[in-house]
Design a protein around this ligand. Structure first.
Ligand code: ADP
Length: 187
């Protein structure tokens, strides 16, 4: 494991690597980027707004044309990356936190797992995620980080999966630190 001043951590895990880094996911150079979308796929603030601004209007057009009924919570849909460097853009719908008794954990797990499946269907080797649901949707960061890291580790340890690099691009130091603790607790 290495940790430098730019807040970056890389851990060998199963068949590949799990990376944590502090930064802006729209600037990440990776084959597949995941967006934290809402069920209407209507665009919003946070990472969703940043991805649509950086990726250009073709993303919203494709979403509207291909998924006019939106996407259920806990699932994900895919578009092209528009002006992003990513070839594949996945729009994952995490749950809104309602206290923890409304199936939030399974739904969050589902959002991450569906994204990984869609990326593999498109032949991606690497994928970058934000901290789904941990912004406006209010998922407690320690819990959200634990779910995200568990899904990633399970995936990389499964010999039947293809993705060999899972990257979490975290917007601030607090979120990075929560993911770092989650990773230390899991491995
Ligand atoms: P949600 O509605 O799923 O909670 P948000 O976009 O509000 O989605 O927040 C999800 C996480 O993404 C938060 O930790 C937020 O700080 C972070 N975030 C916001 N903008 C960016 C960005 N450009 N790159 C990476 N993460 C971002």
């Amino acid at each position: 494991m290495t940790l430098d001043r730019a807040k970056r951590l890389d851990r060998v895990c199963g068949r590949g690597h799990l990376h944590l880094e502090e930064g802006d996911i729209t600037a990440t150079d990776v084959d597949c980027v995941v967006n934290a979308a809402n069920a209407a796929l209507a665009g919003g603030g946070g990472v969703d707004g940043a991805i649509h601004r950086a990726g250009g209007p073709s993303i919203a057009r494709e979403l509207k044309a291909r998924y006019p009924h939106g996407c259920p919570t806990g699932k994900a849909v895919v578009t092209q990356g528009g002006l992003l460097s990513a070839r594949v853009l996945i729009h994952a719908v995490g749950p809104r936190w309602q206290g923890g008794e409304a199936g939030e954990e399974d739904l969050l797990r589902g959002a991450y797992r569906t994204s990984l499946l869609l990326a593999e269907e498109r032949g991606c080797q690497g994928i970058a995620f934000p901290a789904i649901s941990c912004g406006v949707y209010g998922y407690p960061i320690e819990e959200g980080a634990r779910v995200a890291v568990q899904v990633a580790i399970d995936w990389l340890r499964n010999p039947e999966r293809q993705i060999s690099s899972i990257r979490f691009v975290l917007f601030d130091g607090t979120t990075f630190a929560a993911f770092e603790r989650a990773l230390e607790n899991e491995v």
